[in-house]
Design a binder for this molecule. Sequence first.
Ligand code: CA2
Length: 160
Amino acid sequence: MTTHLLILNGPNLNLLGEREPEIYGATTLATIEESCQAYADVLGAKLDFRQSNYEGQLVDWVHEARHAVDAIIVNPAGLSFHSIPLLDALKVFSGPIMETHISNIHARDEHHRHSILSSVATGVICGLGPYGYIIAMQAAAHLLGTIPNNLPEPIRIGPA
Ligand code: CA2
């Protein structure tokens, strides 16, 4: 069966590439989506890529994902630091959850340093810029054991 990945993006990430390029870079969210769709093709996976500025919308998408999706990649943006509703929703998702941030949140000011959502994430990727989304997709497929056989062994399996 085809692996189904869901990428969720939180508040203000629709502004990527338009504001604060010194922190978040010049790449737009549309360009990130294009690369992720291209990488989904490489993985033979189906990808839904979404963004919302509304916490409740993201919670609804996580609920829907419980019966439809194999792994969630989430950049919760500002919700990372306080959203108990998103934390509770992610807690009941049983597949891999890859929390992804474009910037290195550990090198930021105290308000951007501690993501409460990391406690329910399978893995956390930050500081790699938009490439972090690609790494998160690869890690999710690896955890699901669905990286295609035609990709090199170190990508599929890694060190034994
Ligand atoms: O580095 C990331 O991906 C973040 O999740 C982005 C969040 C920030 O609160 C996190 O600490 C790290 C901010 C998203 C806001 O995006 C903007 C993009 C362009 C201009 C202004 C905000």
